[in-house]
Design a protein around this ligand. Sequence first.
Ligand SMILES: Cc1cc2nc3c(=O)[nH]c(=O)nc-3n(C[C@H](O)[C@H](O)[C@H](O)COP(=O)(O)OP(=O)(O)OC[C@H]3O[C@@H](n4cnc5c(N)ncnc54)[C@H](O)[C@@H]3O)c2cc1C
Length: 462
Amino acid sequence: MSDLRVSERVAVIGAGLVGSLWALMLARRGYIVDVYDRRPDPCLAGDVGGRSINLALSERGWKALDLAGVQNAVRTIAMPIKGRRMHAVDGSLTFQPYGREEGGRFGEGECIYSVARGSLNRLLLEAAEATGQTTVHFDHKLEDYRQDGEGVTLHFGEQGEPRCDRLFGTDGAFSAVRMRMMKADRFDVEQKYLEHGYKEIELSPDGAGDFQLPSDGLHIWPRGHFMLMALPNPDGSFTCTLFAPYEGADSFAEIANADAAQAYFEKHFPDIVPLLPNLKAQWTDHPTSSLAMVSCEPWHEGDRVALVGDSAHAIVPFYGQGMNCGFEDCTVLDGLMGDGGVKDWSTMLAKYSSLRKPSGDAILELALRNFIEMRDLTGDAQFLLQKRIERKLAQQYPDRWVPLYSQVTFTHIDYAEALRRGDVQRAIMRQVMDRPDIDEIWDNEELLNDVLQSALDLLDKK
Ligand SMILES: Cc1cc2nc3c(=O)[nH]c(=O)nc-3n(C[C@H](O)[C@H](O)[C@H](O)COP(=O)(O)OP(=O)(O)OC[C@H]3O[C@@H](n4cnc5c(N)ncnc54)[C@H](O)[C@@H]3O)c2cc1C
């Protein structure tokens, strides 16, 4: 923890995952931090606002948690997920490891980690409060703010108008801070909805409290333009999420009621139906939620206001990177603040914005592409062969061929650079997969070396 003592008062709007972590990092630097959230406290502990109950935490997230001194605490509530388990309509299963079987952050191979949103949020907020530098104010909905030469006035309606020196908007995809920034000159925003929505269904533990599916995998039922996913929770349950279009074939619009939902599951995901005896009740009780994408620029307003997390870059969840990207924003901001404190906030925040905006755009593009891969390709024999070839390359030449998924999930390579490298690798793999004899020769050393050489040539040509 920094021994620097700073008299500045910083407001963090939004006590979600990113706001809590950023508050903790600021507090450790000695700032006096006020975190405001529109939700009441018990709500934050239980209800998670209709959004995913669990999340996949990966390397970028861990690095930020490490920096904030809470990695070991989070480790106790995180469970390793080693790969994808694909379920075909006929019930057959395929396993695809995410990364290398050795190494990895905790020496258990390269894996992602499932964490409960509520537990992680609570842990981060409590750690921020434990610094003695942070106060959390629930039931405070930011309506507006005004900057003047001396600081920022926050408007919370009946809750008052406190002042602060700096303001960070970590208030999510529909950020009030961003809405206010839209009034500033030359601030660009784009918001779009995915044509798909999602609904979560819980798969309970069996009578003995055990998992009803193998717990080391993210289960996927890829069905072309829609899919079901299941991510395990430490309590023995799984959170299943159906991603389907709102309209058209196989859409939510076609599932008029709980009986139709039962029939839909029996047709498309028959192997999970016996494990979901209360599917109909859950279908009726749980909302269908939309997925918004937001891109904006710049991520700051002058030297006093900045956006961090979903408020700056709401993305679709198909790479499991939204929170990880927000945590990486915190790592980058913390790095830019340097050891001796910030001397020029305007320059520092402008640098943060110009560094992170391309990364935010890149991870949105990667996540959209991964949706197609997950729902459409993970059940495809040629795609699985391509993955096998890439795995072999990665095993033999770990420093020279890092698969795109690994770059995004297990490294700190900038998302924009990962996207660029991934495009080069994709072009190369397309050539390889187009060979008519690929099924017979795929584990041929000579072919592999050709592939690697052309990859290196292209990758070096920046
Ligand atoms: C289905 C789904 C699955 C996902 N899975 C993953 C995953 O596996 N891995 C991953 O990394 N990411 C995942 N994500 C993305 C992840 O949920 C988000 O990126 C993350 O929650 C962003 O955190 P945040 O703190 O920026 O915003 P949020 O979590 O949205 O928090 C914003 C906070 O601001 C508060 N707030 C909003 N407006 C105001 C206001 N006016 N005044 C005061 N407070 C306000 C809200 O109450 C909330 O507490 C998933 C998202 C979805 C939808």
